[in-house]
Design a protein around this ligand. Sequence first.
Ligand code: COA
Length: 337
Amino acid sequence: MRYAAITGWGMAVPERVLTNADLEKMVETSDEWIVSRTGIRERRVVGPNDSTTSLGAAAARQALERAGITAEELDLIVVATCTPDQFLVSQACLIQAEIGGNAGALDLGAACSGFVYALSQGSVHIRAGEAKNVLVIGVDTLTRFIDWSDRSTSILFGDGAGAVVLQATDEPRGLLSTVLGADGQGHKHLYIPGWGALVPESAELFPEFRPYLQMNGREVFRFAVKAMGDSAAEAVRKAGLDFSDIDMLIPHQANVRIIDAAADRLDLPREKVWVNIDRYGNTSAASIPIALFEAEASGALKEGDNLVFVAFGGGLAWAAGVVRWGTAGVGATDAPA
Ligand SMILES: CC(C)(COP(=O)(O)OP(=O)(O)OC[C@H]1O[C@@H](n2cnc3c(N)ncnc32)[C@H](O)[C@@H]1OP(=O)(O)O)[C@@H](O)C(=O)NCCC(=O)NCCS
């Protein structure tokens, strides 16, 4: 069997820090409210010199260096983002222009679930023998679409990028199972109007047009608790494992209460759950690869560990997967591509 091991990882966040105290000066809110309802204390926000391209490219360079390969050796780049710098051309091509090479380059739109969807996409190419080296990037700059006077959304989001390199191996490493799902009917609970082919010519023609992220927080919360728990449990079952086999849950960082509910569903003690939402807020498609990067840097991950990635978000979509950590057998595969 051919698998897609994660052999490189990287992350990048903007320098600018926006604390809850800063938000207290912008809207009627309090550090106490934000921390108790979400777990967030601060987030990173793009400045004039940052972009989805610059953050994505910085994370990608780190991941390539860690994997010990160059961009020229990549067969495919998959970028998960809902905040591309532009729609034509793809975000993947814009990042490729920065890092080099001629790999196939495609974007994947699954909002906050995007990284797990993209990991699945990249892994499928390797497992099918179509690719040997794939770069998967999760990057978002959602603060560009935040109405800073709306306290129901402005407290939640931050910007960032994370990337991983996938490489072929004959050992069971990388994604062992995947659960992807969506409820398109729920699209109206979390979305950014406009900016697409339906974009109104002017606000006068379309008085409801507001180019900012719109969210029904309570509805998304209810959906998230169920989607995270159900899909994570299903991914563990599909991998042929028990909850007790899981070494670390690396969840999408949207709300610490949602993360706690997912951990309870898998019977996991808190030391087996990676949480960094306090420092980054919700970075959308970047949140899982950033959390993965920090978990590895802290020494929390060992060769052969079983990790669970699980995410939910706009769509409304969800995604989960069991990942066996480590690089056993990489380079030993003689399968084509
Ligand atoms: C947004 C969220 C934190 C709100 O928490 P909540 O416990 O549901 O709070 P509610 O929306 O019920 O609001 C409770 C009260 O706090 C108020 N409130 C809302 N935002 C506030 C803020 N930033 N500061 C202070 N008060 C606030 C509300 O107006 C409401 O007041 P009221 O009771 O007088 O009407 C929560 O619903 C959530 O996390 N939802 C999921 C969102 C998400 O993850 N989105 C991204 C998906 S990828």
